[in-house]
Design a protein around this ligand. Structure first.
Ligand code: ATP
Length: 196
């Protein structure tokens, strides 16, 4: 009997905008975890970030993600969370993806992993997927709370963040090399992140 389970990674984020560190995380995860596929899933309405700033429209973030990750083989950018109504929860996304014959790997930056137990139905998350933690500058030693099965990714420290990129655009500073060229083209043509 063939007992092979498809290895599918899940990489969620706001991706406002996606940047070169996100792209490298994707490539490194596929390589180090021997994934058959990596789903990049832009969040529809990130409830942990709502209220703190204006978030670019989901359709624009989806377009930027498609543009950013097209260079990485085995990545599929999914609109699963964007087309779902209301708040989006990782546990629902994993539940929707976890069909028989699939082994799920949930990618999380070490900053996010440390607070995993505050996520909605986090005990179910631990049952549905193996947590994969990749180091984020300033949070090198952070790990998921006890009870979560997890593994780590080895990555170079890349000090790039979406918030810093938004700040650079707002201040008229260059962002070339920090985002894929097609992403920069969308930012410019849509006038994203400019002061209102
Ligand atoms: P923001 O600055 O707005 O918080 P971000 O750069 O963290 O955004 P997200 O879309 O929130 O981008 O990130 C999605 C995932 O990518 C998160 O798990 C985050 O930890 C990870 N990530 C973002 N930037 C880096 C980086 N430079 N190195 C490693 N992981 C990163």
């Amino acid at each position: 009997m063939d007992s092979y389970r498809r290895r599918v990674g899940v990489f969620g984020g706001t991706f406002d905008p996606p940047h070169v560190a996100h792209v490298h995380v994707a490539a490194a995860a596929i390589h180090q975890l021997a994934l058959d596929q990596l789903l990049v899933i832009p969040a529809g309405q990130p409830w942990q970030k709502v209220g703190s700033r204006t978030i670019s429209p989901p359709s624009t973030r989806l377009r930027m993600a498609v543009a950013a990750f097209e260079m990485v083989d085995k990545v599929l950018v999914s609109d699963l969370e964007i087309t779902r109504e209301g708040d989006t929860y990782t546990v629902d996304t994993l539940g929707a993806l976890g069909e028989a014959g699939t082994e799920l790997f949930l990618l999380l930056g070490s900053d996010a992993a440390a607070g995993l137990d505050t996520w909605d139905r986090s005990d179910q998350i631990a049952e549905l997927a193996t947590i994969v933690v990749f180091p984020r500058r300033g949070f090198e030693t952070a790990a998921p709370p006890n009870g979560f099965a997890w593994t780590g990714l080895e990555l170079p420290g890349l000090e790039v963040s979406s918030s810093d990129l938004r700040r650079r655009v707002a201040h008229g500073e260059p962002i070339s090399g920090l985002v894929p060229p097609l992403v920069e083209a969308i930012i410019r043509s849509e006038g994203l992140f400019l002061p209102s």
